[in-house]
Ligand binder design. Sequence first.
Ligand SMILES: O[C@@H]1[C@@H](O)[C@H](O[C@@H]2CO[C@@H](O[C@@H]3CO[C@@H](O)[C@H](O)[C@H]3O)[C@H](O)[C@H]2O)OC[C@H]1O
Length: 405
Amino acid sequence: MVQLSRGALALAASILPQFVNGAGLNTAAVAKGQLYFGTATDNPELTDTSYVTQLSNTDDFGQLTPGNSQKWDTIEPSQNTFSYTKGDAIANLAEANGQKLRCHNLVWHSQLPSWVSSGTWTNATLLAAMKNHITNVVTHYKGRCYAWDVVNEALNEDGSYRESIWYTTIGPAYIPIAFATAAAADPDVKLYYNDYNIEYSGSKATGAQNIVKLIQSYGAKIDGVGLQAHFIVGSTPSQSAQASTMAGYTNLGVEVAITELDIRMTLPSTDALLAQQKTDYSNTVAACLATKGCVGVTIWDWTDKYSWVPNTFSGQGAACPWDENYAKKPAYTGILTALGGTAIATTTTTTRSSTSSTSTTTSGSTATGVAQHWAQCGGSGWTGATTCVSGYTCTYFNDYYSQCL
Ligand SMILES: O[C@@H]1[C@@H](O)[C@H](O[C@@H]2CO[C@@H](O[C@@H]3CO[C@@H](O)[C@H](O)[C@H]3O)[C@H](O)[C@H]2O)OC[C@H]1O
């Protein structure tokens, strides 16, 4: 039998965590010093026992995010009436599994009940309603969330403020006030600004940096920036571009996290698209790993069966690391190897095309945003006003999303 010296054992111990044999995504991420690898989930899926078994597998998932059940329209559907049943179901599951909870979200322009979005407000009355909501919700979940996405998607593509009801009624101060209110209700929870298209440099990323500075200038607490990372296969920013953008935030003294990662494709999927998706997932996870202050990665559900993508982006899908039959795709191996884990056999099953929603297109002329990524057509909801850079068309998906394609 070979005897290892104490020095050799110490060397082996220092090397071993770099390469995690047989580990899942969360185990590998934690071995690399991250806090978690996690996934979003939603209440309707929790009746599927096979789904819940994998969702609860802490080798792969050390963190859950409720995809819908903590949004304003679910929690406060009428003024001052709070309903926590759905949010609690996911919080309880995470707790029972020993998984962290990212709480999502407090102030957003979308998924608002009509009493908010169509109410008649003054600065004072809307501020009071916003503070009441934040205080109630954050107090209810006090001590249970790792982080709250306090303000979601406050920016237009050019880095200016989105003309949401919050901005048009209260002005930019709604942002620091929201953060200060959340901090008062739970001083220990991490408070995040969360947005999309802030994963690569440009006006919108600069806008997100300015939001961090704005909150700090008010003397309010902000702990992190959430990079949603709803990407497209083959158009995902490079690892170095993502890492350098993340550093732009961490240099301001906040942490970052990838909060809603999925990488969609035009269906049907092919072996070539799945191979590119593997590379894109790998680069994104590697960027987080390479960034001091990037605490973890959350995918926006783990299986194509329950992904939001086909319902939102007509003709697109196959965005998750597991397919509709819960088989691991090449993307899974891409993530795992980026995290230092051992490659495993995966499926390359292609995904049927989706016809779940209709899309209409409109062309524009004055450009904002990055062509291959999302653009907001008309800001808060569709107005048909937006425009894309030459060669791209503004495509309407639904009242929440539109994109230059
Ligand atoms: O009919 C609605 C349905 O459209 C809604 O879909 C959800 C929309 O939000 C999705 O999450 C967001 C995706 O990207 C970022 O913009 C946000 O930060 C996320 O919150 C969610 O996954 C979809 O299920 O769900 C409710 C239905 O009534």
